[in-house]
Ligand binder design. Structure first.
Ligand code: ADP
Ligand code: MN
Ligand code: MN
Ligand code: MN
Length: 338
C-alpha cells in the first residue's frame, strides 16, 4: 500500500513568499519522512544553472483533505551542500536557535490570523459595483447580509482540528468577507509551523470554492479595517507577575526596537498602521491596558489578575511567524533575563 505525503514549503519570492507544495508517494507506515528536492529556479530560490534545493521535513500531521493515512509534511529549505545549510529564505532555522537560547523562560505565543476572501477581484459578499453597507454589523455577525464565506471557514476549522493543529478559535471580522482564526498558545516554533500549515489548508480548501484567501494587510483602501496578525506572548515570569509583563512591554519600546520589529512584521505597515481602525501609527510606540489604539495591549483580565500575557497588535496578516516570534522572543526574553 502507498500513501500520499504533501510536502509543503515556503518559497523565496520577494517581498512576500508563496506557499508551495508537491506530492510524494511513500510506503504506508512511513514514520521518518525522507528529504526531497525541487527546482529552486521556479520558486525564486536558486539560479537556473544551479537549481537544486533541498526539502528537509520538520513537522508532519494527518492530511485532513485526503484523509486515510495521507499526511502533510512541512519542510524547511536547505542548500544542496551536504551540510543542510539553511537556504537564505529559511527563516525557521534562526527561530530554532533563539528558542533554544531562551527555552528556560518557556515563551509561548497565540497568533490571531486575519484574512480576506476574494472572488472575481472583490471581497466575497461585496456587490459588483460600489460598497456594502459600512462597517458595524459584520464583526462576529450572523445572517446572510452580515456574513460571507462561513461554509469555507467551517471546512477550514474542521480540517485544522482533524490535522491536530493547535487552533483555538475563529471569528468573522470587522470588514465583510474578512475572518480570523487563532493558533496557540504554544511554543514559538510550534505556533509558527502550525500557522503555516493552517494557511496552506486555508488556501487549499478555498480552492474548492474557487475563492482566494488573501493575507494582504490592507486589502481595501479607505474606511475599511486592515488585516493583522496580533501576536500574543508570555513567558513563565509574565504568567507569574505583573512586573515581568511591564518589563516585556518596555523592552519592545526600547531605543531602536520599534523600528527593528516593524521591519520584520510584514508588508503594508504604513497603509494598515495609521492610528485609525484600532491601530497605533507604525512610527509610534505605546502600550496600555485594554487599549486597541496602542502598539501593545495588556488585556484587562491580565491587569486584573496581575499576571498573564501581552498582545503585540502591529504584525500584519502577511507576516512570517518565524520572524515575528523570533524578534519578540529575543527582545523580551533578553530583557527578562537581565
Ligand atoms: P482578541 O481578539 O480579543 O485580541 P483572541 O481571543 O482573538 O483575542 O486572541 C487571544 C489569543 O491570546 C489567543 O490566540 C490565545 O491563544 C492567546 N493567549 C491566551 N493566553 C496566552 C498566554 N498566556 N500567552 C500567550 N498567548 C496567550
Ligand atoms: Mn482576535
Ligand atoms: Mn481580529
Ligand atoms: Mn487581537
Amino acid at each position: 500500500m502507498a500513501i500520499r505525503a504533501e510536502y509543503i514549503w515556503i518559497d523565496g519570492t520577494q517581498p512576500l513568499p508563496y506557499v508551495r507544495s508537491k506530492t510524494k508517494i511513500l510506503e504506508s507506515g512511513t514514520t521518518e519522512f525522507p528529504i526531497w528536492g525541487f527546482d529552486g529556479s521556479s520558486t525564486n530560490q536558486a539560479p537556473g544553472d544551479n537549481s537544486d534545493c533541498v526539502l528537509n521535513p520538520v513537522f508532519s500531521c494527518p492530511d485532513p483533505i485526503r484523509g486515510g493515512d495521507d499526511v502533510l509534511v512541512l519542510c524547511e529549505v536547505c542548500l544542496p551542500d551536504g551540510d543542510m545549510t539553511p537556504h537564505p529564505s529559511n527563516s525557521r532555522a534562526a527561530l530554532v536557535e533563539t528558542y533554544k537560547k531562551y527555552a528556560d523562560q518557556e515563551p509561548i505565543f497565540g497568533i490571531e490570523q486575519e484574512y480576506t476572501f476574494f472572488k472575481e477581484n472583490r471581497p466575497l459578499g461585496w456587490p459588483i459595483e460600489g460598497y456594502p453597507a459600512p462597517q458595524g454589523p459584520y464583526y462576529c455577525g450572523v445572517g446572510a447580509i452580515e456574513i460571507a464565506g462561513r461554509d469555507i471557514v467551517e471546512d477550514h476549522t474542521q480540517a485544522c482540528i482533524d490535522a491536530g493543529l493547535e487552533i483555538s478559535g475563529t471569528n468573522a471580522e470587522v470588514m465583510l468577507g474578512q475572518w480570523e482564526f487563532q493558533i496557540g498558545p504554544v511554543d514559538p516554533v510550534a505556533v509558527s509551523d502550525h500557522l503555516w500549515v493552517a494557511r496552506y489548508l486555508l488556501y487549499r480548501i478555498a480552492e474548492n470554492y474557487r475563492v482566494d484567501a488573501s493575507i494582504a494587510a490592507k486589502p481595501i483602501k479607505g474606511d475599511w479595517n486592515g488585516a493583522g496578525a496580533h501576536t500574543n506572548f508570555s513567558t513563565n515570569a509574565m504568567r507569574e507577575n505583573y512586573d515581568a509583563v511591564i518589563t516585556a512591554c518596555e523592552s519592545l519600546g526600547a531605543e531602536g526596537k520599534p523600528e527593528e520589529h516593524i521591519k520584520g512584521y510584514g508588508l503594508g505597515s504604513e497603509e494598515r498602521l495609521t492610528g485609525l481602525h484600532e491601530t497605533q501609527r507604525y512610527d509610534q510606540f505605546s502600550y496600555g491596558v485594554s487599549d486597541r489604539g496602542a502598539s501593545v495591549r495588556i488585556p484587562w483580565q491580565v491587569h486584573l489578575d496581575g499576571k498573564g500575557y501581552i498582545e503585540d497588535r502591529r504584525p500584519n496578516a502577511n507576516m512570517d511567524p518565524y520572524v515575528v516570534t523570533r524578534l519578540i522572543t529575543n527582545t523580551c526574553c533578553e530583557a527578562l533575563a537581565g
